[in-house]
Design a protein around this ligand. Structure first.
Ligand code: PMP
Length: 285
């Protein structure tokens, strides 16, 4: 605690940052967000996050022009004033505060922009040498998962259910096919060594880490396919892993209590993690 947060153009102590009770982010989950990882005090995949932010804002017609250079300055200042070496910068833009109505308010309402930081200790990352366990759960989210909105209640419920059953996370399943993890993209490595992850559509978030990992996989001549897969195929895979800005590449060692491969993090996942950290660090800003 004791952090400095950014609110609508000002850097303020977190206790002093106040948002209206009429903010549509609060009343309607009418807000989008990005989480950019900080490694060695520098931001990873920053441009990718800004590109997705623009897309999310456009999809919801939130009238906010993203100036990538200005955003970078704010992100950097947040990293600096909060002395973040390893952690994340969270950015949220809501449509703003207006009298409660299902209709979007007029142009006189300005978006609310908030940034705060979290250190790695606060995020409690899992140990990649140990990997994580997941259980499958029905995907009951809405149909526009490609828009990164703050409407995260179902993923939160699914993660709580997973924790109650002793697992670290849930992989969500729709019509018998895995969509993604509660807050990450899901991958398997088949017995013939092919990396498989679901193709992009409105059914999943277009992960920035997912895109980077697929790019690095193709640059290193690793075979991959973007297609759907079932929980059964995942349980029988030789490896499984997740990707996200805060977890990078994290091996999955069991699915629904079934050990994946030899029950230890697989070589492809660990290698991709290494490549992801090394390569994305080269372009960190
Ligand atoms: N899918 C979902 C549902 C997520 O919430 C996230 C992380 N916010 C991801 C995938 C991973 O996306 P990224 O690699 O951009 O963090």
């Amino acid at each position: 605690m004791g952090r400095t947060v950014y609110l609508n153009g000002e850097y303020v102590p977190e206790e002093e940052a106040k948002v209206s009770v009429f903010d549509r982010g609060f009343l309607f989950a009418d807000a989008v967000y990005e989480v950019t990882s900080v490694h060695g005090g520098r931001l990873l995949d920053f441009d990718g996050h800004m590109t997705r932010l623009k897309r999310s804002l456009g999809a919801l017609e939130i009238p906010f022009e993203v100036d990538t250079e200005a955003m970078l300055e704010i992100h950097r200042e947040m990293v600096r004033v909060n002395a973040i070496d390893e952690g994340v910068v969270y950015l949220q833009i809501s449509r703003g505060a207006a009298d409660r109505s299902f209709m979007y308010p007029g142009e006189d309402v300005s978006p609310t922009i908030v940034l705060f930081t979290q250190t790695s200790e606060a995020l409690k990352p899992k140990n990649p040498e140990k990997g994580i366990s997941v259980v499958t759960a029905e995907d009951l989210r809405w149909g526009r998962r490609d828009i990164k909105t703050v409407q995260l209640l179902y993923p939160s419920m699914a993660k709580m259910e997973a924790a109650k059953s002793g697992a670290d996370d849930a992989w969500l399943v729709e019509e018998g096919l895995i969509t993604e993890g509660t807050s990450n993209n899901a991958f398997i490595v088949t017995r013939d060594g092919t990396i498989v992850t679901r193709e992009l559509s409105n059914d999943i978030l277009h992960g920035i880490t997912r895109a980077a990992v697929l790019r690095f996989a193709s640059e290193t001549q690793l075979r991959f396919e973007e297609r759907t897969f079932t929980p059964k195929e995942a349980r029988e895979a030789s490896e499984a892993f997740i990707t996200s800005a805060s977890n990078y590449v994290m091996p999955v060692v069991s699915i629904d209590g079934v050990q994946i491969g030899n029950g230890k993090p697989g070589p492809v996942a660990l290698r991709l993690r290494e490549i992801y950290i090394a390569e994305s660090s080269k372009w960190a800003v």
